[in-house]
Design a protein around this ligand. Structure first.
Ligand SMILES: Cc1cc2nc3c(=O)[nH]c(=O)nc-3n(C[C@H](O)[C@H](O)[C@H](O)COP(=O)(O)O)c2cc1C
Length: 283
């Protein structure tokens, strides 16, 4: 079997496959089924400066064509996460992409500062699909100006590579990619979920749509942005199998992330990594 190692942000990864943020918990949970060492890098669920309780259950809905989640960014807080999990990833020699978010611009910067010079961190992935409480909940990632300000702020607070994670819930994702690049982003993750609604008897549940129907939208974002900015792109959205991975790499992605597919078949990631190793090249 050939090597499928890649180089990204000046580091060598075993392979180009990562999990998508929020879909493998904190890292320990999946180890009942497979070792986290299978991954090129592990992506944390979204972490904030203060712990976050998230939304009431139920918060995952199977829609057939994909999934709607309304987790509400539940997490234990970035400081506790790094204290409790750094050793786990060091032992497994698995680099970590720390996904961060904030409800204010300052909170993003506080998260970056809290990471310090942690030995397992490969990069910081900045989730820009988060409501800004100071503007009544408008997502930071909707405007090039706020993308620019947050990425520039996070860059100034860390020596780690900074990845801007963008959503397609905008008219022109290329404008956002350019703003992130101009602010100093070292990479892009494309794309986050797209907003949707599930109607239950007494409740309207808003959440993010993910899974197969996102694939073509995400591929377009990767293709267009890879032509517009000269930084590595991590493709995510609806990847279900090895052919999908190859499509994203051909569209211009340097690496990929897999999310919803793990909910359908928990061994999807190891299966894809094994199949990629059997192929001679990604073309
Ligand atoms: C249950 C769930 C939780 C998620 N949590 C986060 C998160 O905390 N931060 C983030 O940036 N994206 C989060 N996402 C978005 C995924 O990382 C990914 O961008 C999206 O699901 C598209 O990929 P997929 O179709 O392979 O699932 C979450 C997605 C799901 C399904």
């Amino acid at each position: 079997m050939g090597s499928i190692a890649i180089e990204i942000f000046g580091k060598k990864l075993r392979n180009p496959v990562m999990n998508a943020s929020g879909t493998l918990g904190y890292g320990r949970e999946i180890e009942r089924l497979w070792s986290i060492k299978v991954l090129g890098a592990f992506v944390t669920k979204g972490l904030s400066i203060l712990p976050c309780q998230g939304n009431p259950q139920p918060r995952i809905f199977d829609l057939g064509c994909g999934m709607l989640n309304s987790i509400g960014l539940q997490n234990i807080g970035i400081k506790r996460y790094l204290e409790e999990y750094t050793e786990f990833f060091l032992e497994r020699k698995t680099p970590v992409v720390v996904n961060i978010f904030g409800f204010t611009e300052e909170e993003y910067i506080e998260c970056a500062l809290a990471i310090g010079d942690n030995p397992v961190v490969l990069a910081i992935e900045v989730n820009l699909s988060c409501p800004n409480v100071k503007t009544g909940g408008i997502l930071f990632g909707k405007k090039p100006e706020t993308v620019f300000r947050i990425i520039r702020g996070v860059k100034s607070a860390t020596n780690f590579p900074v990845i801007a994670k963008l959503s397609q819930e905008v008219t022109d994702i290329v404008e956002l990619a350019k703003a992130a690049f101009e602010a100093g982003a070292d990479g892009l993750t494309l794309i986050n979920t797209i907003p949707g609604v599930v109607l239950e008897e007494n409740r309207v549940i808003r959440g993010g749509l993910s899974g197969p129907f996102l694939k073509s939208i995400a591929l377009k974002a990767v293709y267009d942005c890879s032509k517009a900015v000269p930084i590595p792109i991590i493709g995510v959205g609806g990847i279900m199998n090895t052919e999908d991975v190859i499509s994203f790499l051909r569209a211009g992605a340097k690496a990929v992330q897999i999310g919803t597919a793990t909910f359908v078949y928990p061994n999807t990631i190891p299966k894809i990594v094994k199949e990629l190793k059997k192929r001679r090249s990604f073309d």
